[in-house]
Design a protein around this ligand. Structure first.
Ligand SMILES: *Cc1c(COP(=O)(O)O)cnc(C)c1O
Ligand code: SF4
Length: 363
């Protein structure tokens, strides 16, 4: 691979902060409701006003495993004074999470059964997924990995040789997906060590990072990181995760544009979420903003049925109705694929657009 198509150091622009300044954003996340309420000019008891009855004890118990965590930069993208802000609803722990709903389980994707060796999930022929950290910079309430046993699966030093051996025995594998948790929540030192190891496996052509960090702490994409990624022997793909156009403010867009200039392929995945983005105009708007940032919409996921997230669920009939409207609003390349992850299927399964009740379309 040739080096940079563009010398990052030569890009001139108004923002003096392209250098590392993200560490304080990593440390100073909001972890309690009171601070969140204060930043948003909301009364401290606003959770109750949004969701009615709140059982603090129940919520408290569940939240100790997956507590409130959100970077200040993401909170600043929320509308002050709006308890129903679509970004707020993605991160606010609520009573609704403690409700048990039939069919919503802790391991909806049966990932445990696709776990050939510690540190690797191999479901699809040409690529393996590696959860290299359990940490995320934001806790998304709908996340399907919220019950995943990271301790069991994080590779430690001794496991790396087994992982490399596994890949080398599976010559169809040409791509490694770094996931988590969130791979960009790792320090540069640890992340770069992983990249070094993977780049040394000749059959690996692509290294992909699945990360929400570029949306919640965009300055993580600083020059040190972009330079390392753009000098990789492999094609680097960064799949970000944005669900609503308000997540893409000017700062976020600028950092993504720089990542694109550095030769990184940028894609986005979105989860279809009730009261957040179950609306074709919102999704069309999101696609337009992504495009402005140099990011192509990749997947629109229907929600995985994970325990505690049933209040975000949109059924297939509504998902399909929204999708047909989206098709009519956007250029073809701005329409993500509508998919579901089904255990034991060899790919993310496209949702059948013709099977659902078409009468919704004529509303
Ligand atoms: C989603 C996923 C992938 C990536 O699938 P693509 O369709 O290539 O984006 C790979 N492995 C696992 C286990 C996954 O869940
Ligand atoms: S950043 Fe991704 S992995 Fe982490 S909680 Fe959110 S959706 Fe889940």
């Amino acid at each position: 691979m040739p080096n940079l198509p563009i010398q990052l150091t030569n890009i001139t622009d108004d923002n003096p902060n392209w250098q590392s300044n993200w560490k304080s954003d990593f440390v100073n996340t909001i972890n309690d409701k009171q601070s969140l309420a204060k930043m948003l000019d909301l009364p401290a008891d606003f959770v109750e006003t949004v969701f009615g009855e709140t059982d603090e004890k129940n919520v408290g118990e569940k939240m100790s495993d997956f507590p409130l965590k959100v970077p200040q930069k993401f909170v600043k993208k929320m509308q002050k004074g709006d308890p129903n802000d679509p970004l707020l609803l993605q991160i606010l722990p609520t009573f609704a999470e403690t409700v048990q709903t039939a069919g919503f389980v802790t391991d909806p994707l049966a990932e445990k059964s696709a776990n050939p060796t510690k540190g690797i999930i191999h479901k699809y022929r040409s690529r393996v997924l590696m959860p290299i950290t359990g940490a995320c910079m934001v806790h998304c309430r709908y996340c399907f990995r919220q019950h995943f046993d990271y301790q069991e699966n994080l590779p430690i030093a001794d496991d790396w040789q087994t992982i490399v051996d596994y890949i080398e025995k599976n010559l169809d594998v040409n791509e490694v997906i770094l996931s988590g948790g969130d791979p960009l929540s790792l320090s540069d030192r640890r992340l770069f060590a992983v990249l070094d190891t993977l780049e040394n496996i000749p059959q690996i052509r692509t290294i992909r990072l699945h990360s929400r960090v570029p949306v919640v702490i965009p300055n993580r994409l600083d020059d040190a990181l972009l330079k390392r990624l753009s000098s990789s022997r492999c094609q680097i793909v960064l799949v970000i995760h944005a669900n609503h156009p308000n997540e893409l403010d000017d700062e976020t867009i600028s950092y993504l544009q720089r990542a694109k200039l550095a030769g990184i392929a940028l894609l986005n995945q979105t989860v279809l979420l009730k009261n957040i983005n179950n609306d074709a105009d919102i999704l069309a708007n999101l696609s337009e903003k992504l495009w402005q940032a140099g990011v192509l919409p990749y997947y629109l996921h229907v929600l995985d049925k994970v325990a505690g997230a049933s209040h975000f669920y949109i059924d297939d009939a509504e998902a399909v109705a929204i999708y047909w409207q989206l098709l009519a609003k956007c250029a073809g390349y701005l329409v993500p694929k509508l998919v579901r992850e089904t255990p034991n299927e060899p790919f993310k399964t496209p949702i059948n657009l013709y099977e659902q009740n078409q009468s919704i379309l004529s509303d």
